[in-house]
Design a protein around this ligand. Structure first.
Ligand code: AMP
Ligand code: MG
Length: 335
């Protein structure tokens, strides 16, 4: 097999609660295995999540390699090891990076350090017809509006404090709902009967969610939980849609791509779809398995970087918990 023409890459994702390894080629996912850390109570504890990743690393990697073997892809066919270098929780990142370095050394193939946010974007461009979107990336820890311009994914707007997913989860925990709270809030919101006013915080192109989460918790004392869940969603999603729309107006792009675990929410999708219809632009949502954190997106961006020989020397492979997407020089897009 010609390694440069048809590279096969193994990617490891481990920024937060999902440990996921995947093997991909240019066309598709060959194998993917995921093990999710579910906190017994409360939210994600970084050290416990990293312990989960360490405990499951051997089985996740050996299973993904075995599943690839079933498709006649041997470890010797893999051309590089990609891993999530950041952003994410330090202990989790270090566990994934350690495994990636070990694999790179033992298979004697290069290491590729992938920016997790950029991987969310590229998997969306891979798995939908989207080519040059404004991206709304909404996950547990991250909330950003991004678009490509002059060799980088620029951040047009972002959260000033916590990610929308963490804001939803934090409120849900206070209301006695188990982690992750986002999906439970979506279900409860369907049975609401009225809107409770909550703080709508957009500053320039940025947004903030802690005040909203606190106010929603306080509103539980006087309003039914269904109404508060509904109002939380309406308020937070309207903030996200407003900033996304302004990024579209500013950049003149014709597509919106939704990324990240919170993108599973049907009300958020509906609001974005309405805005896209009104502006006459396209709206793309990847299949659910590519929305949350997954190894395939890391392997696929690793593949794009491998084709440009954007490799990571071992001595520069330290993790980057605050790695910003706009720090990445995009070498793989010709436009
Ligand atoms: P990620 O960090 O990309 O893995 O996404 C995890 C986050 O997505 C958590 O904060 C979840 O609460 C949130 N989430 C998952 N499904 C939904 C949903 N249907 N509505 C809102 N948030 C969701
Ligand atoms: Mg993510």
């Amino acid at each position: 097999m010609n390694g440069l023409a048809k590279p096969i890459i193994l990617g490891i994702e481990g920024t937060a609660w999902n440990l996921s390894a995947a093997i991909v080629d240019t066309f598709d996912v060959i194998a993917e295995v995921t093990s999710t850390y579910v906190p017994p109570t409360g939210g994600i504890h970084p050290r416990e999540a990293s312990q989960h990743h360490a405990d499951h690393m051997k089985s996740v990697i050996s299973t993904v390699l075995a599943n690839a073997m079933d498709k006649e892809v041997a470890p010797g066919d893999i051309k590089a090891i990609a891993f999530s270098q950041g952003p994410g929780l330090g202990p989790c990142l270090r566990t994934a990076a350690t495994a990636a370095r070990a694999l790179s050394l033992s298979l004697d193939i290069p290491l590729i350090g992938v920016n997790h946010c950029v991987a969310h974007i590229e998997v969306g461009r891979w798995k939908t017809p989207s080519q040059d979107p404004v991206v709304l990336y909404v996950s547990g820890a991250n909330s950003q509006v991004l678009a490509y311009r002059a060799g980088r994914y620029r951040v047009f707007g972002e959260t000033l404090d916590i990610g929308i997913g963490n804001a939803l989860d934090k409120f849900a925990r206070g209301a006695g709902l188990q982690h992750p709270g986002g999906p439970k809030i979506e279900v409860l919101a369907k049975n609401a009967s009225s809107y409770v006013p909550l703080p709508y915080v957009v500053k320039g192109m940025d947004f903030s969610f802690t005040g909203l989460s606190t106010a929603a918790s306080a509103a539980l004392k006087t309003s039914p939980i269904e109404d508060v869940c509904f109002s939380f969603q309406e308020t937070a999603f309207a903030m996200l849609v407003e900033v996304t729309e302004r990024a579209v107006a500013h950049t003149g792009k014709h597509e919106i791509l939704l990324a990240g675990g919170v993108g599973a929410n049907m009300r958020l999708r509906e609001m974005l779809r309405i805005m896209c219809n009104e502006r006459g632009i396209s709206f793309y949502v990847p299949e659910q398995r590519f929305m949350g954190d997954n190894g395939s997106m890391i392997a696929y961006l690793g593949l794009l970087m491998f084709e440009q020989q954007t490799l990571l020397p071992l001595n520069e492979s330290h993790v980057r918990p605050n790695y910003r997407p706009d720090d990445v020089v995009v070498t793989w897009r010709g436009d």
